[in-house]
Write a protein of this length. Structure first.
Lengths: 326, 326
């Protein structure tokens, strides 16, 4: 998934990549402020090394049938000082979940803690992006996203759970730390890509539309599904995230974005310094021969981001051409 | 881990088992109200099929060097309408975490949401027990527990993380649903038991005190450790739970019990009915040949509990004798 230099690549400054994304999104009907919100995440995903979660997503948004349906403003349906239920107005998750994270932050800044749920939306991209927003506002952030079924429960022949990511982030004096995983054994985007490239899936993770095990990515992509990561523990986590999605007002097997923001200062002093101490202690674990360093969640991504901010981004020429042609 | 009938077993009614536990705990210095709280969980663990998390734990509590140190009352150090930081007073986690869950419930009932952290305590037993308390009060509950190091980070030669369980529970009209896992690849209690029985650990999960891979449970138990479950995703979750422990006021590599209680009615109507619908939908997933049912987290445990409540508990005679001899 790393964004390496490629012969068919176009190197763009961050500013040029941003302009490319915002212009393309405005051409498919997103107003300037929303185009900026969406592009900001897509650029950040590219900077962090998630090439397929970057500007190519605009092409996927353009093709999605939900994009052609009417959109209304993202609005708060119900709220208290510590909570909000948000109707995403059929706006793509990049926008609706962003508003959810913003509202969770402002309520937690005022009340110490907040829980916010967003429904009537789809596809919110990379969860760590929203959690980092919360973390940069000083919060410990938890974010889960339920989705349409792509994951089979153990013993099942049909997908019943989403790829259901969870992200948990922490402010520290040595920089934000953000855990972010999908609970499927493969990202669904990876499955789709492997189907396009005719690559075989790893053994034991894929099932076709009949529920039979297969390594054929195309068969998985067309009505099949994958296992959860980590056996029954991962399945249970996926199930719990699907259930947390119900707090957002989403239907049982639909997209639901949940945010919990906690101001750590309400509980302990100097949380960011304590967090930096934990990171330093874990990193100081004696290493096995040949191991260069003990990794902390998000460390690799944030380090790459610093480098790419200086060096710019490399995009596929085909993607650049397709975005310009929208 | 199932509590099967055993030739060296003593069958006790729930009431008799409760009296046995409470009496033993009072003899080692716990007042009647705390002995009742501890025993209630130990009995529940046995009813749910967790034999080793049951009355034998009283023997472990009696032997623990922390039990011999001075104890003070569990007290709230700092609080807001939505939070509490609790000093466990060196009381065993069964008592201190119970107070934490109680306070989380009462604050969430009043404010809609609450976060509570407990430090200066140790060993709280089975996380699902506390989460079920929250769920039976109508809350969606999240509970994590950080602990002393028993888990090696990938590439590490020494344990740096606790076995760090996470539990997430939901009220439903078809009964509580509680997800509860440890993030270690084996429960530490299992490792200790296998060391005692001279059993070999599964391949690839254990390391000795030097950080070398081993299947020798005794070598792992004496200064070694195990991997996290589920590869880097499980490691990251373990790391995040260790970090959440910092919100409790615990030191970076010590016991910290965190509770988040959310009143679902603040966000959506009829959460318990929606939850029952999700459970029904997942259970209705078409099954592979030979699969009797699609399982939901906690379903097996709660079903066994109903049966054992009627049939009573079977305890090892040695355990009963040792408890009577305390």
């Amino acid at each position: 998934m790393l964004d390496a230099d490629r012969p068919d690549g176009v190197r763009l400054s961050v500013a040029d990549a941003r302009a490319l994304g915002e212009t393309a999104l405005q051409r498919i009907g997103y107003p300037a402020d929303e185009a900026a919100i969406i592009t900001d995440q897509l650029i950040d995903n590219a900077l962090c090394g998630y090439r397929f979660a970057s500007l190519p997503r605009i092409l996927a948004i353009a093709e999605d049938e939900k994009t052609s349906r009417p959109r209304t403003a993202v609005r708060i349906v119900r709220e208290t000082p510590v909570s909000a239920l948000i109707d995403g107005g059929n706006k793509v998750g990049y926008v609706a979940a962003y508003r959810g994270a913003e509202i969770a932050i402002s309520k937690a800044l005022a009340s110490g803690i907040a829980v916010v749920g967003v429904h009537n939306s789809y596809y919110s991209g990379r969860n760590a992006y929203y959690v980092e927003l919360m973390v940069r506002a000083g919060m410990v952030g938890i974010h889960t996203a339920s989705a349409k079924p792509h994951v089979l429960p153990p013993g099942g022949r049909r997908a019943a759970l989403g790829t259901n990511p969870i992200s948990i982030g922490f402010p520290s004096t040595s920089g934000p730390v953000v855990y972010d995983i999908g609970t499927a054994s493969l990202m669904w985007g990876e499955v789709l890509l492997m189907a396009r490239l005719d690559e075989a899936l790893p053994q034991g993770v894929g099932f076709d539309a009949e529920g039979s095990p297969t390594r054929d990515a195309a068969a998985v992509a067309h009505g099949g599904g994958v296992t959860a990561f980590g056996g029954h523990k991962g399945y249970g986590l996926s199930f719990a995230i699907q259930a947390l999605g119900l707090l957002t007002g989403a239907a049982p097997q639909d997209y639901g974005f949940l945010f919990i923001a906690i101001d750590p200062a309400m509980l302990v002093q100097d949380f960011p310094a304590r967090m930096a101490e934990l990171v330093a202690r874990i990193k100081a674990t004696p290493r096995r021969v040949g191991v260069e360093e003990i990794r902390i969640p998000s460390e690799r991504a944030f380090r790459e981001r610093e480098q790419r901010r200086r060096e710019g981004l490399v995009l596929d020429r085909k993607v650049v051409d397709a975005l310009n042609a929208l």
